[in-house]
Design a protein around this ligand. Structure first.
Ligand code: ZN
Length: 306
């Protein structure tokens, strides 16, 4: 399997879920072995932040990457689309601190990648093949990964809420087709009392019924209702793929999550990084990605053909 980038530059605008501010997002092709690199513009020198676990600065509410003063929030829905559709290399420029929320799912990002097209590159794609099971437990929450063919996901959530209750997905085989059909349209969700508390803290300022499934104590408040009755657990799978994308290479293994969220997903990444004997990098060159975070040096031309 060879690496892929997108065929041409494509952009969109939207608002940040937490800042409520408009953001312009540009996706650009990138050379082999670049990985996904965010470029935070609009505040002096542009700063590059590779999508790698060491640049995660927060997993509260969403996954945020940062370097120095520059941060990029809510990266997971875009990274999820890149991961599932097999985009290995791309620059993601944005002129605000947060990826636009769009409709709260990955559907718009899938549309952007499909519109730009994918282009095959000359070098092989590395994969992280799991050799031995790794598991992490945090009270009632747990996450594990064991050997498997391709990427399989089990996800279970349990909420004391009549509309959500217990929801489970078992043995979901992640492919571009299954992601587009079953996962990419599942939206982020929140509870009215929490949203009101977040507003008081100056967060979720961009959150509306257009981009978040909002529940009161009994029901869903969005006029159009749910896209699936188990949209909640489907969104958790979407978030998981976005967080796994930070490893920089797709996983060959079977991931099982119970009562998960971004913080638990990150714990699995940390365990994987700390236990290199449990997995091996197969297929591609055994190189780490070329880029480190930092200000863009003027000599590097991001518009050069790739
Ligand atoms: Zn999400």
């Amino acid at each position: 399997m060879l690496q892929h980038t997108i065929s041409e530059e494509i952009s969109c605008t939207g608002i940040g879920l937490h800042t409520g501010q408009p953001v312009e997002l540009k996706l650009r092709p990138a050379r082999e072995n670049t990985g996904i690199v965010f470029i935070r513009e609009g505040r002096g020198h542009p700063v590059e932040i590779p999508a790698r676990p060491e640049y995660v600065t927060s997993t509260r509410l969403a996954t945020t990457l940062g370097f120095g003063e520059a941060t990029v929030g809510t990266v997971e829905h875009l990274l999820s689309a890149f991961y599932a559709l097999g985009v290995d290399n791309a620059y993601v420029s944005l002129d605000g601190p947060e990826i636009p929320v769009m409709d709260g799912s990955s559907a718009s990002f899938v549309f952007l990648v499909r519109s730009a097209g994918r282009r095959q590159q000359g070098q092989k794609r590395s994969k992280i093949r799991i050799k031995h099971e790794i598991s992490v437990r945090d009270g009632a929450r747990s996450i594990s990964v064991r050997p498997g063919e391709g990427l399989l996901v089990d996800y279970a959530i349990e909420y004391g809420h009549p509309t959500i209750g217990t929801q489970k997905i078992d043995g979901f085989v992640v492919t571009p087709e299954s992601f587009e059909k079953e996962i990419c349209r599942a939206r982020t969700f929140g509870f009215l009392h929490e949203v009101e508390a977040l507003w008081k803290l100056g967060l979720a300022k961009g959150g509306t019924l257009e981009n978040t499934v909002v529940l009161d104590k009994e029901r869903v408040l969005n006029g159009g209702g749910l896209r699936w009755t188990d949209e909640f657990v489907r969104h958790k799978v979407l978030d998981l793929l976005g967080d796994l994308a930070l490893l920089g290479a797709p996983i060959e293994g079977h991931v099982s999550v119970s009562r998960g969220g971004h913080a638990l997903h990150r714990m699995l990444l940390e365990e994987l990084m700390a236990a290199p004997d449990s997995w091996e990098l197969t297929g591609g060159a055994q190189t780490s990605r070329e880029f480190e975070a930092g200000e863009i040096v003027p000599s590097r031309d991001l518009t050069a053909p790739v």
